[in-house]
Design a protein around this ligand. Structure first.
Ligand code: 6GU
Length: 253
């Protein structure tokens, strides 16, 4: 997979050069390329932003550098051609608090693509023509406002790359994640078996694979019930799951 990121602050993306994301790149699973928006701006000052027409506060990202940059990055003149133009082959995603809320299922959807282009907004926003005629999608990472789309682009890149086959150590590690199953994960324990009198549940040390799987499922249900009951409305539940939730509701577990 290839992920292009268009930004005014390429320096802040060092996070992507560490740990699992670094390994995924070294292993050739993903090629992440940063592009400085200013390199596509023209004029003496290479301005990328201007005050809004009609007045009001803040600055707005100009359309020309964004259109030129995207066309150049995708090596795709159709972006600059007059309409009607065919739909772009790869998602061109604007990071903005007005976008659709990012979820694990959007991460899974994006991980299926061969290429992604993430555009980081800054200032008050971007010229509306970028929304209307350049990007194919808009994503937000939550209901709060950041100073720019860079942190959000790193969040999306991280969530997508760890889903690529081979990115995580153990095969299937991403399949049991919180959210991937529609439930939160239950508790995890490691050595020592007793720490300050606090013991690891016996079942986890019993060696009974079936009992361990059942306990984990029940603890995932319990945690989701306690913390995110909204997720139980869409989770895929077996008859046994429903029985256990009934027990929880009755205060019997
Ligand atoms: Cl994608 N951008 C900005 N600037 N703020 C955000 C966001 C994105 N998602 C949540 N808040």
């Amino acid at each position: 997979m290839r992920i292009d990121i268009l930004t005014l602050l390429p320096e802040v993306f060092v996070y992507l050069n560490h740990s699992i994301l670094q390994r995924a790149q070294a292993a050739g699973l993903v090629d992440i390329r940063l592009h400085h928006l200013r390199a596509y701006a023209t004029g003496k000052h290479r301005a990328t932003d201007e005050p809004p027409f009609g007045g009001g506060g803040g600055m707005v990202l100009k359309p020309e550098p964004l259109f030129t940059a995207v066309a150049s990055i995708l090596n795709d003149e159709q972006v600059n051609a007059p309409p009607p133009t065919p739909a772009p082959a790869h998602p061109i995603i604007l990071m903005t608090p007005q976008g659709r809320p990012f979820t694990q299922s959007i991460a899974q959807e994006l991980a299926q693509h061969e290429r992604l282009l993430l555009i980081c907004g800054r200032y008050e926003g971007v010229d509306e023509r970028v929304r209307q005629h350049l990007v194919t999608d808009e994503i937000s990472i939550g209901d709060y406002v950041l100073t720019g789309g860079e942190l959000a682009a790193m969040v999306v890149a991280d969530a997508v790359v760890r889903l690529l086959p081979g990115a995580l150590g153990a095969a299937g590690a991403a399949e049991t994640d919180s959210h991937a199953t529609g439930l939160l994960e239950g508790p995890h324990y490691t050595k020592p078996a007793t720490f300050r009198d606090w013991k690891v549940p016996n079942v986890l040390r019993s060696g009974h694979a079936g009992q361990i799987a059942r306990w984990r499922r029940q603890e995932a249900l319990r945690r989701t019930w306690e913390r995110r009951p909204d997720m139980l409305l869409t989770a895929v539940l077996s008859e046994e799951d429903k029985w256990f939730l009934g027990q929880l509701a009755a205060g019997e577990q």
